[in-house]
Design a protein around this ligand. Structure first.
Ligand SMILES: [Fe+2]
Length: 478
């Protein structure tokens, strides 16, 4: 028997929202010590619905709330705050939800738009600004790193209204940020580059993506950005009559498009691969006449698909999404136009992270939360994967605990890829006790420090490490 989800599973237990916005200073480790050379700010976004949802709730619907830990001198300061989006402020003023979530039919007649930009998904520090980003593409919201107050919408100096999707990639070589934007209306996918100062430098439609697609991530190499056209998307005939019904077209290939860094649609080379869905890439790089990409691949991404394999264990789901992701490598041959691909591990992992200093060039390690065989998405451990020989070190959390995305934080004076710490928020489900866990990236195993946080930090999404050097580049003050 597999576990089944309750109707509101993503509003309960580890996912239940918190109402309070607090500040707690001078936090210290109760196990181990906060390393003195770990200096910066760990920020994590997530869904935290302010009002009781209208209609069925999907985990991706909730309002964005950011939890932050600033680390310096072996001490920590915690704070959390809602992202005060236009949508959230309008709903607070109205005293009721003004949108339904993605499990309900979209209301294309809503004068505020069919979807609420919750800015709940991702965070990036770029051009001296901390930005909260939304998975469906939207105008980002800038947050003040001193107090997490929402500063307003970010339009990149060019009144850029389409916004950007979650998971832009900051090129460590030139400071540019490459991104994609997608829509249920044409152009269905667009590609852009924001320069190191935070100004839009390039933005171009990708017409070779022929319809509305569920986009989520991209990857970059030194010369190319890798775009995706994956065969899980809304039925075009239903969309044409204003309805949304997602299907996985398992008879169609996955397509990965290599676009030169400042290229246009005419320059994109599409490579076909086995059908799948990909939420998150880890890295990509150029290697001889190939472009290599590694990430988490899901072969059967939809619940209720009669072609899915019958399993004796639970596979997590979020609404219609079925999460059974494995590490995977794709190699796109620039001479032959062919793709070769292989599964790299049998361990279920998602929300992978690596050392962003090596984004776009060959990297060796990633740190990947281990997906539990449960009905909802919960991470029961952390895996250090070594791509040089595809070996892994698996650290399993104590019974009853989970943790979220684990970000690589180079230590002050770091000289190498895993000369770093890894940090994440952890949660004991039964008690609601939350802690910041700090691992050594090099000597990976159990956390080297555990720092109690005086508030429950619900399970959430993506995180970012703002280094001490980036904090000094911050463009706003409290
Ligand atoms: Fe994501």
């Amino acid at each position: 028997m597999t576990e089944t989800q309750s109707a509101n599973a993503y509003l309960e237990g580890p996912y239940a929202p918190v109402a309070e916005e607090i500040i707690a200073r001078d936090l210290v480790a109760t196990s181990g010590e906060i390393p003195k050379d770990l200096v910066g700010m760990f920020v994590r976004n997530g869904a935290n619905p302010k009002l009781a949802p209208k209609g069925r709730y999907h985990w991706f619907d909730g309002d964005g709330m950011v939890h932050a830990i600033q680390l310096e001198g072996g001490k920590a300061t915690y704070r959390n705050k809602y992202v005060r989006t236009k949508g959230l402020l309008a709903e607070i003023e109205a005293g009721e939800p003004l949108w339904t979530g993605i499990l309900e039919p979209p209301d294309f007649s809503n004068s505020r738009g069919p979807f609420k930009n919750t800015a709940n998904t991702d965070l990036v520090f770029h051009g001296g600004k901390l930005l909260a980003l939304w998975w469906q593409s939207g105008i980002p919201y800038q947050l003040n790193i001193a107090d997490l107050e929402t500063m307003g919408q970010e339009r990149f100096g060019k009144n850029h209204k389409p916004g950007i999707s979650a998971h832009p990639k900051v090129d460590p070589r030139n400071g540019e940020m490459r991104f994609m934007t997608f829509s249920v209306f044409a152009p269905y996918l667009s590609y852009g580059v924001i320069d190191a100062t935070g100004e839009l430098a390039h933005y171009t439609p990708i017409h070779s993506v022929p319809g509305a697609r569920y986009q989520h991530d991209i990857a970059i190499t030194e010369q190319f950005t890798i775009l995706m056209d994956l065969p899980m998307y809304p039925d075009p005939e239903m969309l044409a009559v204003g309805k949304s019904r997602v299907k996985f077209y398992r008879d169609r290939p996955a397509r990965f498009g290599l676009i030169p860094r400042l290229g246009t649609d005419a320059d994109v080379r599409w490579f076909e691969a086995e059908p799948c869905y990909v939420y998150h890439t880890i890295n990509a790089w150029e290697e001889g006449n190939e472009v290599v990409m590694v990430g988490c691949r899901i072969a059967d991404p939809l619940m209720g698909d009669p072609s899915n394999p019958q399993l004796s264990h639970a596979v997590p789901s979020i609404g219609l999404q079925r999460l059974e992701p494995y590490l995977h490598e794709w190699r796109f041959n620039l001479e032959t136009g062919k793709t070769t691909e292989r599964k790299l591990s049998d361990v279920l992992v998602e929300f992978p992270r690596m050392d962003n200093r090596l984004l776009g060039v060959k990297s060796r390690y990633s740190f990947n939360p281990k997906v539990a065989h449960a009905s909802t998405v919960i991470f029961e451990g952390l895996v250090k994967h070594d791509f040089s020989n595809n070996t892994e070190i698996v650290h399993l959390y104590p019974e009853g605990w989970s943790a979220g995305e684990a970000v690589v934080c180079p230590r002050e004076g770091s000289t190498g890829e895993d000369d770093a710490y890894v940090v994440s928020f952890a949660l004991e489900h039964a008690t609601g006790t939350s802690e910041l866990w700090i691992w050594s990236a090099k000597d990976f195993g159990a956390p080297i420090a555990r720092v109690p946080v005086p508030q429950r930090v619900p399970a959430g999404y993506h995180a970012w490490w703002i280094s001490s050097s980036d904090i000094s580049k911050n463009t706003v003050t409290a």
